[in-house]
Design a protein around this ligand. Structure first.
Ligand SMILES: Cc1cc2nc3c(=O)[nH]c(=O)nc-3n(C[C@H](O)[C@H](O)[C@H](O)COP(=O)(O)OP(=O)(O)OC[C@H]3O[C@@H](n4cnc5c(N)ncnc54)[C@H](O)[C@@H]3O)c2cc1C
Ligand code: FES
Length: 278
């Protein structure tokens, strides 16, 4: 098969396991039928398809340091994701990819890492967190800050607790609202409140943001006011509606950039001045 055709032809992939993350989100553990590793980097995505239905881009939620399988966290939103949620272990799906520009891993060794996730954004960020977790001493420190809407929307609850106790790591999370009667006893408030309490080593810090678009401007303002004003200090993930995933169809453009191959991960200074980017 030519390289061009292999970009468009899905590979068969088996669902090894499915687990509930929240009432709306499930984690799927997947393996390519030919047993080969996916060979992705944290921050990349795959195009998931179900024969006879449609296709959707989904970020890879596990680290490439685990080569036996890979994982995706999927929120039920429409045709493909609802159908995916009905599948059981053993079912076959199609995948194209991995696609997209990953997190800029080469910029991170020796740095204080500030990893900020909102809502579903913890799924792609988990790939980077697990990657760092495998070599914690490579970074000066790793601070994970995560905000969800409510206690029942918190993803990867067991891992949040585990990330707190790894050497060089800290992990804090908060919910916007804690309904009465819930047994949640963690923090309530916005992600910006968690960030208020973090001591930043301005010269040596790199922040990584993954979340819904409304989260970005307030967090960026706050990071800047805390002194993160240099180049390559803030990295973020942008989402656009996608079709081809490989820079050909023009569905995901942000001015001269294609989100699917110039991104989805960008340095802030690459996209800040582009109309509609944030
Ligand atoms: C790079 C990238 C990574 C993604 N990673 C994940 C992930 O890890 N987990 C996950 O659950 N979802 C992820 N998404 C979002 C997912 O691709 C969409 O929700 C997709 O539309 C689901 O397909 P569907 O057929 O179920 O829903 P559809 O029937 O296509 O659409 C559901 C609704 O979502 C809207 N929509 C579609 N794409 C987007 C988008 N990119 N941004 C905002 N609204 C959109 C549609 O207009 C429609 O209103 C990602 C998207 C991108 C671009
Ligand atoms: S999805 Fe086709 S160009 Fe990006």
């Amino acid at each position: 098969m030519t390289e061009e055709r292999s970009l468009y032809n899905p590979k068969s992939c088996r669902i090894l396991a499915v687990s509930d993350l929240t009432p709306q989100e499930k984690l799927f553990r997947l393996q390519l039928n030919d047993g080969s590793p996916l060979n992705h980097l944290p921050g990349q995505f795959v195009q998931i398809s179900i024969p006879g239905l449609t296709e959707a881009p989904i970020s890879i939620a596990s680290s490439p340091t685990c080569a036996d399988y890979f994982e995706i966290g999927v929120r039920k939103t429409g045709l493909l994701t609802n159908a995916l949620h009905r599948l059981q272990p053993g079912a076959q799906i199609g995948i194209r990819g991995p696609f997209g520009r990953p997190f800029q891993l080469e910029a991170l060794p020796g740095k204080q890492l500030l990893l900020l996730a909102g809502g579903c954004g913890l799924a792609p960020l988990r790939s980077l967190i697990q990657y760092c977790q495998n070599q914690p001493s490579v970074y000066a420190s790793v601070h994970i800050l995560y905000g969800a809407r409510s206690p029942q929307d918190l993803l990867f609850k067991d891992e949040l607790l585990h990330w707190k106790i790894i050497d060089h790591f800290s992990c804090q999370y908060t919910v916007d609202q804690n309904p009465s009667g819930s047994c949640y006893d963690g923090q309530t408030g916005l992600l910006t409140q968690l960030l208020d309490g973090v001591q930043i080593d301005t010269e040596n810090c790199c922040a990584v943001l993954v979340g819904p678009p409304p989260m970005y401007r307030p967090i960026i303002r706050q990071l800047r006011s805390k002194g993160l004003v240099g180049p390559q200090q803030i990295m973020l993930s942008l989402e656009r509606q996608m079709r081809c995933g490989v820079g050909k169809c023009g569905h995901c453009t942000i001015e001269h950039l294609s989100c699917c191959c110039d991104g989805p991960i960008f340095w802030l200074e690459e996209i800040e001045q582009l109309r509609g980017a944030l």
